[in-house]
Design a protein around this ligand. Structure first.
Ligand code: FES
Ligand code: FES
Length: 174
């Protein structure tokens, strides 16, 4: 056993776990953050995807010891971050997945949403091909992917619209 000093969803946490545990094991079995799913546990499905310093990362392949100095974001962190930024309701991307009917069993969704989150942070106006490419490592056993891609596209368009509206409002006021 050893103590890991992690930064999870904006909070510093100290947690004791076996030295060889993966980030996914520490998140799920010591911190109770079960949103990150243990699918294949060998890097094939993307269900365990979390953001490490904003980059989609397979937590089943990452030793917890290797990410102690980095910022980890799990699906549980999106709503508090959205609210802390002054937002209301759910995180817009989660909302968009809901409105687009982009989930069935939901097992793949945390990983899908976090991969999409990273894409939109880097590229707020992605093409359909770019969305598809960014989610290539996230497998879904239930859907045909169409609604998933549509959900990301809709969230991007809503974000762009909000940004344009804010800019226009500022122009009107100035
Ligand atoms: S559980 Fe990590 S890639 Fe499948
Ligand atoms: S909704 Fe079931 S695996 Fe994607």
């Amino acid at each position: 056993m050893r103590v890991f000093r992690l930064h999870v969803n904006g909070d510093p946490v100290e947690v004791a776990a076996p030295e060889h545990w993966t980030l996914l094991e520490v998140l799920r079995y010591q911190l109770g953050l079960t949103g990150s799913k243990q699918g294949c546990d060998k890097g094939d499905c993307g269900a365990c995807t979390v953001l490490v310093d904003g980059t989609p990362t397979l937590s089943c392949l990452s030793l917890a010891a290797t990410v102690e100095d980095q910022q980890i974001t799990t699906i549980e962190g999106l709503l508090p971050a959205h609210r802390a930024a002054g937002g209301e309701g759910a995180d817009p991307l989660q909302e968009s997945f809901d409105e687009s009917g982009a989930l069935q069993c939901g097992f793949c969704q945390p990983g899908m949403i976090l991969s999409a989150k990273a894409l939109l942070a880097e590229n707020p106006d992605p093409s359909a091909a770019e969305i598809k490419e960014s989610l290539a490592g996230n497998l879904c056993r239930c859907t045909g992917y169409t609604q998933i891609y549509e959900a990301v596209l809709a969230a991007a368009k809503a974000d762009m619209h909000a940004a344009i509206s804010t800019d226009s409002a500022k122009e009107v006021q100035s």
